[in-house]
Design a protein around this ligand. Structure first.
Ligand SMILES: C[S@@+](CC[C@H](N)C(=O)[O-])C[C@H]1O[C@@H](n2cnc3c(N)ncnc32)[C@H](O)[C@@H]1O
Ligand SMILES: O=C(O)C(=O)C[C@]1(C(=O)O)C=C[C@@H](O)C=C1
Length: 246
């Protein structure tokens, strides 16, 4: 089961780029809960949103599933209506553990919704028709120049009435807002037991691999990808989640 995240607790002579490797997979539930304000609420709400929007007998994608927290939530909330969930991640360490977690969940649910975990790059997948797609803190790790093409693919795969749930860390074009929310986010991490060194080293580790966008950039890109409408349903500090309608 999950261990405490102390991956950045000791000083490094050089901080390497963040990777979703075995060390991260081992501590990931603790890391994400202590790093992303509102993460438990977002996970639980994804199940509720899925209950509202997943159409009977259709496919659901969880893209960049990590350990499958969103998939597990959807399986808890969805009525048994012939849905199938495809959870995809390109980090082998995550996929291995995700499969274990979902098998453990199988044993706890009466009629578990079918869920399959695939190790693949989501920018290279051909998506099948589906009613719901989840990108929960994944798009920020996709190279910016590939984001629009991915969203177009998702839009094209969505059935009429289908939705995308898109959760992201945000940046803000107004520097006062940026500085205020960034400082509060570090305060959130501190309150969750991370030291100044851990906060600083993690910041360096993610700066080349995780490139968040402002909300306006997301909204325009969703329109450019063919979504008819998008809106926020959650924001806590500089982290948010949106629903985009096909
Ligand atoms: C912050 S984690 C996502 C958390 C997860 N969705 C959850 O709800 O707990 C980002 C994940 O996206 C995956 N990822 C990043 N780029 C990817 C890509 N091109 N294809 C597949 N997975 C990707 C990473 O391996 C990582 O597991
Ligand atoms: O922005 C940060 O400082 C974070 O730690 C965020 C974040 C994320 O949003 O995915 C970065 C990497 C880990 O996956 C967990 C959390």
């Amino acid at each position: 089961m999950s261990e405490v995240d102390n991956l950045f607790a000791n000083p490094f002579s050089k901080v390497n780029d963040f990777a979703f490797d075995h060390a991260v997979a081992r501590v990931f539930p603790d890391m994400i809960k202590r790093s992303v304000p509102g993460y438990p609420t977002i996970i639980e709400s994804i199940g509720v949103i899925a209950g509202q929007y997943a159409q009977p007998d259709t496919l659901i994608y969880d893209l960049g599933c990590s350990l499958g927290a969103a998939t597990q939530s959807m399986r808890r909330h969805l009525p048994q209506q012939g849905n199938r969930i495809l959870a995809v991640d390109n980090a082998e360490a995550m996929v291995e553990r995700c499969r274990e977690y979902l098998s453990a969940q199988d044993a706890m649910l009466e009629e578990p919704i079918a869920a399959e975990v695939i190790c693949a790059d989501i920018t290279e997948l051909t998506l099948q028709p589906c009613s719901l797609v989840v990108l929960n803190f994944t798009l920020q790790f996709v190279p910016p120049e590939q984001r629009l093409a991915l969203l177009r693919q998702i839009r094209q795969a969505l059935l009429p009435g289908g939705v995308l749930i898109l959760s992201e860390k945000l940046t803000f074009t107004d520097s006062q807002t940026q500085n205020s929310l960034e400082a509060l986010h570090y305060g959130f991490k501190r309150a969750n037991g991370y030291s100044e060194l851990e906060i600083a080293q993690k910041r360096t580790a993610i700066e080349n691999v995780m490139r968040p966008d402002p909300l306006e950039v997301h909204q325009q890109r969703l329109l450019d990808a063919g979504f008819s409408h998008s809106h926020l349903w959650f924001q806590c500090l500089n982290f948010c989640s949106m629903i985009a309608h096909a």
